[in-house]
Design a protein around this ligand. Structure first.
Ligand SMILES: C[S@@+](CC[C@H](N)C(=O)[O-])C[C@H]1O[C@@H](n2cnc3c(N)ncnc32)[C@H](O)[C@@H]1O
Length: 495
């Protein structure tokens, strides 16, 4: 794929705009059924919905549906552009038809929209999956997860490490002044440059591995969805997922390398896999990478795969399922896991926040549904930790805390019983946390409406429950800290 001259990119953008090739335009042309079918990699309903010959229909057939279109239709949709796009390796002409060699589709998140060029989606309509080692992935569910976890605050600078088609960089342009995007894959870098120009975004695109291209530089934000697949070294390395490093070494290097590239107060947000190795907890393993980082760290393990399901997932992703070498590759990968003592592979998120105080490191398993986007919660949790770190217990008890509006109480017990067996506080939004509490803690959360101080509420509860006030204060203060960190309680708004 060659670089397109900026004036050609301008003309391409004008053609896309003129055709109405935006997310809503495509969705409405396709209709719900065909749109949903396409998300399952099925094109037949989409082909039936795009027979009108309009420029929009031609573009949808050409790119998302990967169908050949008549050259005359392509010329009408992309006036004066077919020849240059063929020359640049984006389109291919054959007989009287033109087909796409790369994907180009509108992408929307919230109220923002972009066009994204990436490699063609493999395996449409059940075709065998065949991708080259330098395949540049389009927008995956992992890309969207990271985008939604990202702290979206005004920042001076950000690094998108392993940019791929540049999707994170496009998002960053909304709230960051200076963006550096790196990758080892030249093809990915070419697509990121094209996507930046197409979307009128400025990105400093650099080639190189890990932090090499940004040696000595610091950023307010680092985001990365690195090639984290834990696999033995094979000849069939797909650069978008296989780092070429053993086990979870790539993720270790990303995580341990991040703090040196964070400006004071900076964030690093990483999607990752890590191994559960015999004789070692995952918290000890990942926690070990965070020691001495100078950063608060919040690590959330979202799921754990056993070795067999993990191998199946990634062999299928590479199109190996059903091939003659499938079982031998499966066996070799499992044998390697066994040799390494790998009993499971965790998937999750790491949020590092550079602080100038004693860092707080928290690793947790939260496999339950959450409400994305969580970027704001990540940032607010960081601010709550900062504020808590500066408060003595006495100062904390003197605050008028407020219960988050979405917190609900669930009680479970025998019918007719005077007291519940268990009380659970549950958040309806964000992380959707649930936490079992005792009667006093439930009473406290129920009473935190910003009127009374925490200490006053606890003293009233002590009288009500027949407990010693000082003892209840002492026992409950660490819980109040937890409830604040977890977002059940919030600090009073600054006046
Ligand atoms: C899973 S893709 C993520 C792409 C994109 N950032 C996203 O969020 O969808 C991982 C990217 O990391 C790149 N990569 C692989 N090895 C790398 C390395 N050693 N240093 C930097 N990037 C690397 C791959 O080429 C690929 O583009």
């Amino acid at each position: 794929m060659d670089l397109l001259a900026p004036d050609l990119v301008d003309r391409l953008r004008s053609a896309l705009e003129a055709a109405g090739f935006g997310y809503d335009g495509v969705a409405s042309l396709l209709g719900t059924e065909a749109h949903r079918a396409l998300s399952r990699n099925e094109t037949t309903p989409g082909l039936r919905a795009t027979t009108g010959g309009s420029p929009l229909a031609t573009m949808v057939r050409l790119w998302p549906l990967q169908a050949p279109v008549a050259t005359a239709d392509a010329e009408r949709a992309l006036p004066g552009l077919v020849e240059p796009l063929v020359a640049a390796g984006l389109l291919e002409r054959s007989g009287g038809e033109v087909r796409a060699l790369v994907d180009l589709r509108p992408y929307a998140d919230d109220d923002r929209g972009w066009w994204v060029v990436s490699d063609l989606t493999p395996g449409l309509d059940g075709a065998p999956i065949a991708v080259g080692p330098d395949h540049v992935l389009g927008i995956s569910s992992a890309s969207s997860s990271l985008a939604q976890l990202t702290v979206r605050e005004p920042f001076g600078s950000a690094l998108d490490l392993g940019t791929g088609c540049g999707v994170q960089a496009l998002h960053l342009a909304d709230h960051v002044d200076r963006i550096v995007a790196t990758d080892v894959n030249e093809r990915a870098l070419a697509m990121t440059r094209l996507n930046a120009t197409l979307n009128r975004v400025t990105v400093d695109v650099r080639a190189g591995s890990l932090y090499e291209p940004v040696a000595g530089e610091r950023f307010d934000l680092v985001v990365t969805n690195p090639p984290f697949v834990v696999s033995p070294a094979t000849d069939e390395r797909l650069v978008y997922r296989d780092s070429g490093l053993p086990g979870d070494e790539m993720v270790r290097r990303v995580v341990t390398g991040a703090p040196a590239h964070l400006a004071p107060g900076g964030w690093a947000q990483v999607l990752a896999n890590w191994v559960h190795r015999r004789g070692e907890t995952w918290q000890d393993r990942v926690g070990g990478w965070l020691a001495g980082s100078g950063c608060d760290a919040w690590v959330v393990e979202r799921e754990v795969a056993d070795p067999a399901e993990y191998v199946e997932l990634w062999l299928k992703d590479a199109g190996v399922h059903g091939r003659p070498d499938y079982t031998s590759r499966y066996d070799a990968w499992l044998a390697w896991f066994e040799e390494q003592g790998v009993e499971g592979i965790g998937f999750g998120w790491l949020h590092l926040h550079r602080v100038d105080r004693e860092p707080v490191v928290h690793l947790e398993e939260w496999p339950f549904e959450v409400e994305q986007p969580l970027g704001r919660e990540v940032a607010e949790r960081g601010r709550r930790l900062d504020r808590l770190a500066g408060l003595t217990d006495e100062e904390l008890l003197a605050l008028r805390l407020v219960t988050r509006v979405d917190v609900r109480q669930e009680t479970v017990g025998e019918p007719g019983a005077a007291d519940p067996e268990t009380i659970v506080l549950r958040q309806q939004r964000g992380m959707r946390r649930a936490r079992q509490v005792d009667t006093a803690e439930a009473g406290l959360v129920g009473a935190c409406d910003g009127e009374l101080t925490t200490g006053q509420i606890l003293d009233a509860l002590a009288a009500l429950l027949g407990q010693e006030p000082a003892a209840l204060r002492t026992a409950t203060t660490p819980v109040v800290r937890d409830l604040l960190v977890e977002g059940f309680l919030t600090f009073p708004a600054a006046r």
